[in-house]
Design a protein around this ligand. Sequence first.
Ligand code: PBG
Length: 314
Amino acid sequence: MRRMVAETRLSPADLILPAFVREGVSEPVPIGAMPGVVQHTRDTLRRAAAEAVEAGVSGIMLFGVPEDAKKDGLGTAGTDPDGILQVAIRDVRAEVGDELIVMSDLCLDEFTDHGHCGVLDEDGRVDNDATLERYAEMAQVQADAGVHVVGPSGMMDGQVGVIRDALDTIGKEDVSILAYTAKYSSAFYGPFREAVGSSLKGDRKTYQQDPANLRESMRELALDLEEGADMVMVKPAGPYLDVLAKVAAAVDVPVAAYQISGEYAMVEAAAEKGWIDREKAILETLTGIRRAGGRMILTYWATEAARMLSAGAR
Ligand code: PBG
């Protein structure tokens, strides 16, 4: 009876798998703070993409981890056509074709030696407008590599509009933009810093949002839509379900939510200690995000959860 009358249903197609690929490794490298998640080699990334397709997952969001020596102030490895992220996009497209929506992180932080999402001015502050020029170039190389959707995650003002123009200029009108609309400056990104070998010292408070604010997110939403966002995202997911619900009620574009590294780590750590039922907790967090209005959910459990759902779990 409960199954019949359930107001929220999850299915594999709701899920998107974020995945890390590291340059120059011959074996996958485990991420300590994210048990079960690895920095992939090019080969194991292809396999993970194929498994995601098999499990019925809708998409994959790729993050590149360059060799340390290739990081610099401008994040040039991020716009190198042969940079690790572009190589990975080509690999995954070759593996899955159009069976999986291939998405890429469009941000400089994985590629800069200072770890910020943009380039810095003389005073060491992130320079919004100079960063937009880098993002435009990055969008074009990712599109040339074959990405279906770009995910600008740097929270620079005007990024969606600049990226849309850059894509259209090279005839990539069909590459979509998943805008990180409400991205909060969160402590829960902690494990991600290990996952991408981040060089960041300090914080991202000058460009990511204050967890205390909701109205501000609605303003960011209006701007992103005006600039041409095809889909919008709220991130993190769990601690911001009210934001997600409000965004979902306000728009007629698809809404995504990103269940981030720290949300993943908390459940895994508590389960490892035997304090919670791991699988039930995973599905409960995902159901909550879906109930709040997340049409697409980015989660490191995507493939596993898709299999659980196909096996009838709820
Ligand atoms: C920035 C980016 C971050 C995440 C996704 N894109 C890190 C940050 O903003 O500090 C975090 C994802 C996660 O924690 O799972 N490129």
